[in-house]
Write a protein that binds this ligand. Structure first.
Ligand SMILES: Cc1cn([C@H]2C[C@H](O)[C@@H](COP(=O)(O)OP(=O)(O)OP(=O)(O)O)O2)c(=O)[nH]c1=O
Length: 185
């Protein structure tokens, strides 16, 4: 089903395009909110706001997504600078965190709201020099949690449980499922 993707993320756009999804992109910037200790509410709210802001211009379903990292109730979005990126990575080392993506599809009065969770375990010992080198690459700056599992950030990963596509912010199976449900309305 053809849809509108409410996103400014080249990664999301490319990934969905490569899969052959039929969509138009409407670039949108929203000020993302964080509800501490409530990661699901956080991603659903932000995904909803992305979709909501563009819905009135279209007859097609509008899809918005949001991805965050959550460690013991604390929510990590994108680091604001390299200093914060170093801090985030240091906190993630030796721990398991959750990566949660919210997906919201809106069409007329109808909405479908869902989310996906994956668990990522970071290695315990990574030399500070290497962390600084990673952060200097700037790869983590536009990523939730300050790393990219699909890129150089793979050096931090010990184990992933749950969908990997969700960690990079595009849970394809959920998107597919939601579009099918929209088709039936
Ligand atoms: C943890 C992790 C996150 N990410 C990305 C996925 C998300 O795109 C991004 C979190 O930011 P989001 O706010 O979810 O998305 P965005 O700002 O990139 O795009 P949009 O315009 O749709 O709001 O972090 C990775 O690419 N790899 C990773 O390993």
């Amino acid at each position: 089903m053809r849809f509108i993707l409410a996103s400014s993320s080249e990664r999301r756009i490319e990934y969905l395009k490569n899969f052959g999804f039929d969509f138009e992109v409407k670039k949108i910037e929203v000020t993302e909110k964080i509800f501490n200790n409530d990661p699901v509410k956080t991603v659903v709210y932000n995904a909803y706001m992305k979709a909501y802001k563009v819905r009135k211009h279209y007859n097609l379903p509008v899809v918005g997504m949001d991805t965050i990292v959550e460690l013991n109730g604390r929510i990590f979005g994108k680091p604001k600078d390299e200093k914060e990126n170093v801090k985030m990575i240091k906190k993630l080392l030796g721990n398991s965190h959750r990566v949660i993506t919210g997906i919201v599809a809106l069409k007329d009065e109808f909405s479908i709201i869902d989310y996906e969770i994956s668990i990522v375990h970071f290695r315990k010992e990574v030399d500070m020099e290497l962390i600084k080198k990673y952060v200097a690459s700037k790869e983590g700056l536009d990523k939730a949690g300050g790393y990219a599992i699909q890129g150089l950030g793979s050096i931090f990963i010990d184990e992933v449980s749950g969908p990997l596509d969700n960690v990079i912010g595009v849970p394809i199976l959920k998107v597919h499922e939601i579009l099918k449900m929209m088709e039936e309305v």
